[in-house]
Design a protein around this ligand. Structure first.
Ligand code: SF4
Ligand code: SF4
Length: 333
Protein backbone atom coordinates (compact mmCIF):
# COMPACT_ATOMS: atom_id res chain seq x y z
CA UNK A 1 0.00 0.00 0.00
CA UNK A 2 1.28 3.42 -0.92
CA UNK A 3 2.04 5.62 2.04
CA UNK A 4 1.23 9.25 1.48
CA UNK A 5 3.20 12.29 2.46
CA UNK A 6 0.90 15.31 2.72
CA UNK A 7 0.83 19.01 3.58
CA UNK A 8 -1.57 21.28 5.45
CA UNK A 9 -1.36 25.00 4.71
CA UNK A 10 -2.98 27.35 7.24
CA UNK A 11 -4.42 30.23 5.22
CA UNK A 12 -4.84 32.29 8.36
CA UNK A 13 -1.08 32.47 8.64
CA UNK A 14 -0.04 32.97 5.02
CA UNK A 15 1.06 36.58 4.50
CA UNK A 16 1.63 36.29 0.75
CA UNK A 17 5.35 37.02 1.05
CA UNK A 18 6.24 34.54 -1.75
CA UNK A 19 9.26 33.25 0.17
CA UNK A 20 8.01 29.75 -0.61
CA UNK A 21 7.70 30.64 -4.30
CA UNK A 22 11.29 31.82 -4.47
CA UNK A 23 12.62 28.99 -2.30
CA UNK A 24 11.15 26.59 -4.88
CA UNK A 25 12.04 28.64 -7.94
CA UNK A 26 15.67 29.07 -7.00
CA UNK A 27 16.01 25.42 -6.06
CA UNK A 28 14.24 23.68 -8.94
CA UNK A 29 13.14 25.87 -11.86
CA UNK A 30 15.85 28.46 -12.25
CA UNK A 31 16.86 27.27 -15.72
CA UNK A 32 16.05 27.92 -19.34
CA UNK A 33 12.77 26.38 -20.50
CA UNK A 34 11.39 26.74 -16.99
CA UNK A 35 11.01 30.52 -16.84
CA UNK A 36 7.21 30.41 -16.56
CA UNK A 37 7.16 27.38 -14.27
CA UNK A 38 6.18 27.92 -10.67
CA UNK A 39 5.96 24.53 -9.02
CA UNK A 40 4.85 26.50 -5.97
CA UNK A 41 3.25 29.91 -6.22
CA UNK A 42 0.91 32.03 -4.08
CA UNK A 43 -2.12 33.66 -5.66
CA UNK A 44 -4.54 36.27 -4.34
CA UNK A 45 -8.14 35.19 -3.91
CA UNK A 46 -10.61 36.13 -5.28
CA UNK A 47 -8.61 36.33 -8.48
CA UNK A 48 -7.78 34.45 -11.64
CA UNK A 49 -4.64 32.86 -10.32
CA UNK A 50 -1.85 31.19 -12.24
CA UNK A 51 -2.11 30.16 -14.99
CA UNK A 52 -4.87 32.67 -15.62
CA UNK A 53 -8.30 31.17 -15.12
CA UNK A 54 -7.01 27.69 -14.20
CA UNK A 55 -10.27 26.81 -12.44
CA UNK A 56 -12.12 26.94 -15.76
CA UNK A 57 -9.47 25.17 -17.84
CA UNK A 58 -11.01 21.71 -17.37
CA UNK A 59 -9.41 18.40 -16.52
CA UNK A 60 -9.93 16.12 -13.54
CA UNK A 61 -12.49 13.35 -13.23
CA UNK A 62 -16.18 12.84 -13.95
CA UNK A 63 -16.67 9.63 -11.98
CA UNK A 64 -14.03 7.32 -13.40
CA UNK A 65 -13.82 9.12 -16.75
CA UNK A 66 -11.30 11.87 -17.42
CA UNK A 67 -12.85 15.23 -18.21
CA UNK A 68 -11.48 17.15 -21.18
CA UNK A 69 -9.13 19.97 -20.29
CA UNK A 70 -7.31 22.61 -22.24
CA UNK A 71 -3.66 23.59 -22.36
CA UNK A 72 -2.84 26.96 -20.83
CA UNK A 73 -1.66 29.43 -23.48
CA UNK A 74 1.90 30.63 -23.12
CA UNK A 75 1.27 34.34 -23.60
CA UNK A 76 -2.31 34.80 -22.42
CA UNK A 77 -2.41 32.43 -19.44
CA UNK A 78 1.18 32.08 -18.22
CA UNK A 79 2.44 35.37 -19.64
CA UNK A 80 5.73 35.47 -21.48
CA UNK A 81 8.41 36.08 -18.84
CA UNK A 82 9.41 39.71 -18.87
CA UNK A 83 12.85 40.76 -19.93
CA UNK A 84 13.74 43.94 -18.06
CA UNK A 85 16.05 46.67 -19.27
CA UNK A 86 17.48 47.73 -15.92
CA UNK A 87 19.99 50.24 -17.32
CA UNK A 88 17.29 52.08 -19.25
CA UNK A 89 14.76 52.00 -16.46
CA UNK A 90 17.14 53.26 -13.81
CA UNK A 91 19.11 55.91 -15.63
CA UNK A 92 17.09 57.16 -18.61
CA UNK A 93 13.88 59.06 -18.11
CA UNK A 94 10.83 57.71 -19.95
CA UNK A 95 12.81 54.80 -21.33
CA UNK A 96 10.89 51.51 -21.61
CA UNK A 97 11.72 49.17 -18.75
CA UNK A 98 10.64 46.07 -20.64
CA UNK A 99 12.79 44.67 -23.42
CA UNK A 100 10.01 42.60 -24.98
CA UNK A 101 8.09 44.39 -27.74
CA UNK A 102 4.66 43.05 -26.86
CA UNK A 103 3.24 44.00 -23.47
CA UNK A 104 2.93 41.26 -20.89
CA UNK A 105 -0.62 39.98 -20.51
CA UNK A 106 -0.31 37.87 -17.40
CA UNK A 107 2.14 36.40 -14.95
CA UNK A 108 2.33 34.79 -11.52
CA UNK A 109 0.91 37.08 -8.85
CA UNK A 110 -0.44 39.38 -11.59
CA UNK A 111 -3.64 40.25 -9.70
CA UNK A 112 -1.95 40.52 -6.32
CA UNK A 113 -4.11 42.07 -3.56
CA UNK A 114 -6.86 43.17 -5.95
CA UNK A 115 -9.43 40.98 -4.22
CA UNK A 116 -13.11 41.91 -4.28
CA UNK A 117 -15.77 43.86 -2.41
CA UNK A 118 -16.37 47.57 -1.96
CA UNK A 119 -14.85 49.83 0.66
CA UNK A 120 -15.06 49.42 3.63
CA UNK A 121 -15.84 45.76 3.00
CA UNK A 122 -13.11 44.84 0.55
CA UNK A 123 -11.40 41.51 1.13
CA UNK A 124 -8.76 39.13 -0.16
CA UNK A 125 -6.60 36.31 1.08
CA UNK A 126 -3.63 34.33 -0.15
CA UNK A 127 -3.78 30.83 -1.58
CA UNK A 128 -0.45 29.01 -1.97
CA UNK A 129 -0.67 26.32 -4.65
CA UNK A 130 1.50 23.38 -5.62
CA UNK A 131 0.95 19.92 -7.05
CA UNK A 132 -1.35 18.03 -4.70
CA UNK A 133 0.41 14.68 -5.18
CA UNK A 134 -3.09 13.36 -5.68
CA UNK A 135 -4.20 9.88 -4.67
CA UNK A 136 -6.03 9.61 -8.02
CA UNK A 137 -3.90 11.78 -10.31
CA UNK A 138 -5.55 12.81 -13.57
CA UNK A 139 -2.11 13.62 -15.00
CA UNK A 140 -1.02 10.01 -14.53
CA UNK A 141 -4.20 8.58 -16.04
CA UNK A 142 -3.94 10.80 -19.11
CA UNK A 143 -0.40 9.77 -20.03
CA UNK A 144 -0.36 7.19 -22.85
CA UNK A 145 3.30 6.41 -22.07
CA UNK A 146 2.79 5.54 -18.38
CA UNK A 147 5.48 8.10 -17.71
CA UNK A 148 3.84 9.43 -14.54
CA UNK A 149 3.91 7.38 -11.37
CA UNK A 150 3.38 7.54 -7.61
CA UNK A 151 6.15 6.36 -5.32
CA UNK A 152 5.16 3.52 -3.00
CA UNK A 153 7.08 4.87 -0.04
CA UNK A 154 5.58 8.37 0.08
CA UNK A 155 2.98 8.82 -2.71
CA UNK A 156 5.01 11.56 -4.41
CA UNK A 157 3.91 11.92 -8.06
CA UNK A 158 6.83 12.08 -10.49
CA UNK A 159 7.40 12.21 -14.25
CA UNK A 160 9.82 9.62 -15.64
CA UNK A 161 11.84 11.87 -17.92
CA UNK A 162 13.06 8.90 -19.98
CA UNK A 163 9.54 7.75 -20.81
CA UNK A 164 7.96 11.21 -21.34
CA UNK A 165 7.57 12.20 -24.99
CA UNK A 166 6.07 15.64 -24.32
CA UNK A 167 2.55 14.91 -25.57
CA UNK A 168 1.12 17.26 -22.89
CA UNK A 169 -2.02 15.21 -22.22
CA UNK A 170 -1.07 15.45 -18.55
CA UNK A 171 -1.02 19.25 -18.66
CA UNK A 172 -4.55 19.34 -20.07
CA UNK A 173 -5.75 16.65 -17.63
CA UNK A 174 -4.52 18.24 -14.39
CA UNK A 175 -7.41 20.43 -13.18
CA UNK A 176 -5.02 22.43 -10.97
CA UNK A 177 -2.70 23.08 -13.95
CA UNK A 178 0.25 22.18 -11.80
CA UNK A 179 2.20 20.19 -14.37
CA UNK A 180 4.10 22.13 -17.02
CA UNK A 181 5.63 21.56 -20.43
CA UNK A 182 9.28 22.48 -20.83
CA UNK A 183 9.60 23.58 -24.48
CA UNK A 184 13.38 23.26 -24.49
CA UNK A 185 13.50 19.77 -23.02
CA UNK A 186 10.27 18.68 -24.77
CA UNK A 187 9.14 17.05 -21.51
CA UNK A 188 6.55 17.51 -18.82
CA UNK A 189 7.88 18.74 -15.48
CA UNK A 190 6.26 19.30 -12.11
CA UNK A 191 6.73 19.69 -8.37
CA UNK A 192 8.72 16.75 -7.02
CA UNK A 193 7.69 17.47 -3.39
CA UNK A 194 11.43 17.99 -2.83
CA UNK A 195 11.95 14.21 -2.68
CA UNK A 196 15.78 14.47 -2.55
CA UNK A 197 15.41 16.57 0.62
CA UNK A 198 12.61 14.39 2.01
CA UNK A 199 14.81 11.30 1.63
CA UNK A 200 17.33 12.97 3.93
CA UNK A 201 14.64 13.94 6.44
CA UNK A 202 14.66 17.61 5.36
CA UNK A 203 11.24 19.21 4.71
CA UNK A 204 10.24 20.65 1.36
CA UNK A 205 11.85 24.04 0.62
CA UNK A 206 8.47 25.81 0.44
CA UNK A 207 7.47 24.46 3.86
CA UNK A 208 10.81 24.83 5.60
CA UNK A 209 11.32 28.44 4.44
CA UNK A 210 7.74 29.56 5.17
CA UNK A 211 8.09 32.64 7.36
CA UNK A 212 4.46 32.47 8.41
CA UNK A 213 4.85 28.94 9.82
CA UNK A 214 1.82 28.10 7.74
CA UNK A 215 2.84 24.68 6.39
CA UNK A 216 2.77 21.36 8.20
CA UNK A 217 4.16 18.17 6.66
CA UNK A 218 3.62 14.56 7.73
CA UNK A 219 2.42 11.20 6.48
CA UNK A 220 -1.34 10.93 6.35
CA UNK A 221 -1.38 7.81 8.52
CA UNK A 222 0.96 9.19 11.18
CA UNK A 223 -1.41 9.72 14.10
CA UNK A 224 1.05 11.94 15.92
CA UNK A 225 1.52 14.11 12.84
CA UNK A 226 -0.25 17.37 12.00
CA UNK A 227 -1.96 15.98 8.93
CA UNK A 228 -3.81 13.27 10.82
CA UNK A 229 -4.74 15.67 13.62
CA UNK A 230 -5.83 18.59 11.41
CA UNK A 231 -7.53 16.60 8.63
CA UNK A 232 -8.92 13.48 10.33
CA UNK A 233 -9.17 14.27 14.05
CA UNK A 234 -10.00 17.97 14.37
CA UNK A 235 -11.32 18.20 10.79
CA UNK A 236 -10.19 21.77 10.16
CA UNK A 237 -8.20 21.24 6.96
CA UNK A 238 -9.88 20.67 3.60
CA UNK A 239 -8.73 19.88 0.06
CA UNK A 240 -8.98 22.52 -2.64
CA UNK A 241 -11.69 21.87 -5.24
CA UNK A 242 -12.34 18.29 -4.17
CA UNK A 243 -14.96 18.07 -6.92
CA UNK A 244 -12.16 17.73 -9.46
CA UNK A 245 -11.98 14.14 -8.24
CA UNK A 246 -8.20 13.72 -8.01
CA UNK A 247 -8.15 13.31 -4.19
CA UNK A 248 -5.54 15.95 -3.34
CA UNK A 249 -3.02 15.51 -0.53
CA UNK A 250 -2.49 19.20 0.09
CA UNK A 251 -5.06 20.53 2.56
CA UNK A 252 -5.98 24.03 3.67
CA UNK A 253 -7.17 25.55 6.91
CA UNK A 254 -9.68 28.05 5.45
CA UNK A 255 -9.36 31.77 6.20
CA UNK A 256 -11.35 33.55 8.89
CA UNK A 257 -12.11 37.20 8.18
CA UNK A 258 -13.11 40.33 10.07
CA UNK A 259 -16.76 41.38 10.10
CA UNK A 260 -18.36 43.56 7.45
CA UNK A 261 -19.49 47.07 8.38
CA UNK A 262 -23.05 48.24 7.90
CA UNK A 263 -24.03 51.57 6.32
CA UNK A 264 -23.45 53.33 9.63
CA UNK A 265 -19.97 51.91 9.94
CA UNK A 266 -20.87 49.45 12.68
CA UNK A 267 -19.51 45.88 12.59
CA UNK A 268 -22.04 43.16 11.72
CA UNK A 269 -22.07 39.41 12.34
CA UNK A 270 -21.31 38.73 8.65
CA UNK A 271 -17.70 37.81 7.83
CA UNK A 272 -15.90 39.82 5.17
CA UNK A 273 -15.08 36.83 2.95
CA UNK A 274 -18.45 35.51 1.71
CA UNK A 275 -19.23 31.97 2.86
CA UNK A 276 -20.36 31.08 -0.66
CA UNK A 277 -16.97 32.00 -2.07
CA UNK A 278 -15.15 29.77 0.40
CA UNK A 279 -17.62 26.96 -0.25
CA UNK A 280 -16.72 27.17 -3.95
CA UNK A 281 -13.09 26.50 -3.08
CA UNK A 282 -13.31 24.13 -0.12
CA UNK A 283 -16.81 22.59 -0.30
CA UNK A 284 -19.74 22.77 2.14
CA UNK A 285 -17.68 21.48 5.09
CA UNK A 286 -15.99 24.87 5.21
CA UNK A 287 -18.84 26.30 7.33
CA UNK A 288 -18.30 23.73 10.09
CA UNK A 289 -14.56 24.29 9.95
CA UNK A 290 -14.89 28.05 10.39
CA UNK A 291 -17.33 27.54 13.27
CA UNK A 292 -14.89 25.11 14.91
CA UNK A 293 -11.98 27.54 14.55
CA UNK A 294 -14.04 30.39 16.02
CA UNK A 295 -15.08 28.17 18.94
CA UNK A 296 -11.45 27.29 19.65
CA UNK A 297 -10.45 30.94 19.54
CA UNK A 298 -13.24 31.73 22.01
CA UNK A 299 -11.96 28.96 24.32
CA UNK A 300 -8.48 30.38 24.23
CA UNK A 301 -9.76 33.91 24.84
CA UNK A 302 -11.64 32.56 27.86
CA UNK A 303 -8.36 31.32 29.28
CA UNK A 304 -8.88 27.65 28.41
CA UNK A 305 -6.45 25.45 26.55
CA UNK A 306 -6.73 24.57 22.87
CA UNK A 307 -4.37 21.90 21.54
CA UNK A 308 -5.71 22.68 18.06
CA UNK A 309 -4.73 26.34 18.20
CA UNK A 310 -1.42 25.45 19.81
CA UNK A 311 -0.66 23.20 16.84
CA UNK A 312 -1.69 25.89 14.35
CA UNK A 313 0.36 28.54 16.15
CA UNK A 314 3.38 26.23 15.82
CA UNK A 315 5.44 27.46 18.74
CA UNK A 316 8.31 25.18 17.69
CA UNK A 317 9.16 25.21 14.00
CA UNK A 318 10.58 21.71 14.13
CA UNK A 319 7.29 20.30 15.38
CA UNK A 320 5.63 21.18 12.06
CA UNK A 321 7.44 18.44 10.18
CA UNK A 322 7.30 14.67 10.74
CA UNK A 323 9.54 13.15 8.10
CA UNK A 324 11.62 10.96 10.36
CA UNK A 325 9.13 8.13 9.97
CA UNK A 326 9.89 7.81 6.24
CA UNK A 327 10.04 4.13 5.46
CA UNK A 328 8.28 3.01 8.63
CA UNK A 329 4.98 1.23 8.31
CA UNK A 330 1.82 3.28 8.84
CA UNK A 331 -0.25 2.88 11.97
CA UNK A 332 -3.69 3.74 10.57
CA UNK A 333 -4.77 0.18 9.89
FE1 SF4 B 1 -1.16 15.36 -11.19
FE2 SF4 B 1 -2.25 17.78 -11.06
FE3 SF4 B 1 -2.73 16.02 -9.07
FE4 SF4 B 1 -0.30 17.09 -9.32
S1 SF4 B 1 -2.20 18.20 -8.85
S2 SF4 B 1 -0.76 14.88 -9.02
S3 SF4 B 1 -0.08 17.32 -11.56
S4 SF4 B 1 -3.37 15.83 -11.21
FE1 SF4 C 1 2.55 32.23 2.64
FE2 SF4 C 1 4.53 30.94 3.89
FE3 SF4 C 1 4.56 31.18 1.23
FE4 SF4 C 1 5.01 33.38 2.76
S1 SF4 C 1 6.33 31.54 2.62
S2 SF4 C 1 3.66 33.22 0.94
S3 SF4 C 1 3.64 32.92 4.49
S4 SF4 C 1 3.02 30.02 2.44
Amino acid sequence: MTRQLAMVIDLNKCIGCQTCTLACKSQWTDRKGREFMYWNHVETRPGQGYPKGWEEAGGGWDGDVLKPGRLPRLREDYGIPASFNYEQALFHENAPALKSEQPMQWGPNWDEDQGAGEYPNGYFFYLPRLCNHCTNPACRAACPRQAIYKREEDGIVLVDQERCRGYRYCVAACPYKKIYFNPLAGKAEKCIFCYPRVEKGVPQACAFQCVGRARHVAFRDDREGAIWKLVEEWKVALPLKAGFGTQPNVFYVPPLSPPTFDAEGKPTQVPRIPDAYLEGLFGPAVHEVLARLNAEIARKQAGQTSPLLDMLIAFRHGNMFRLDRLGEKGNAA
